[in-house]
Design a protein around this ligand. Sequence first.
Ligand code: COA
Length: 163
Amino acid sequence: MKKAPHVTVKKVSRESGEWRTRFEAFYSDCEIRRVDKLPHAYFAAYSGDEIAGHSVVYFEKGRWVMDGLRVKPEFRERGIAKALTEARIRHALEQGAKEVWYACEDGNLVTICCHLRYGFEKVCPHEHCNAATAHWYRLKITPQLFEKFPALKPGRAAGHSTP
Ligand SMILES: CC(C)(COP(=O)(O)OP(=O)(O)OC[C@H]1O[C@@H](n2cnc3c(N)ncnc32)[C@H](O)[C@@H]1OP(=O)(O)O)[C@@H](O)C(=O)NCCC(=O)NCCS
């Protein structure tokens, strides 16, 4: 049987023209908010040179917000989304975040895989939620979080998926 290639999650260290072209292609069929003018960090999962997954965390109005989580279909269900989410939470913590936020629709798989498991809770004051479409979720950083998910501790290396 052919072994699945190893996938490594890394912060995008240089937002070069070449990376930008690949970024545009990766999200070509969906809406992704441009956050380049805000403090932010992109995290990508690489299988060799190929981008297998991509995501961003950005800082706006006093909040660290995760967005743009996407894994290519052929790389799904191997823990890549989890690794990208943990890398983004660690990044926010390293920048001093006491909370991390995320917005998405009810029932979206992203919610199941990447919010609820870590303890994100829905927060829906009307100035944040746009009616029936998307809802905000907040993760409060507590000592218990690190007990349950030691990989979230700041300073840990970005994870990789298990093949
Ligand atoms: C949601 C998504 C990011 C998950 O990526 P992934 O790498 O497959 O997720 P992971 O392997 O890290 O799985 C995380 C958890 O979600 C669960 N999960 C993943 N895919 C699942 C599926 N199809 N059904 C049920 N649960 C699923 C896993 O069971 C896992 O939990 P567990 O470890 O406790 O079992 C991926 O399916 C995706 O990219 N979907 C499209 C999103 C998209 O295009 N958004 C638009 C952005 S612009």
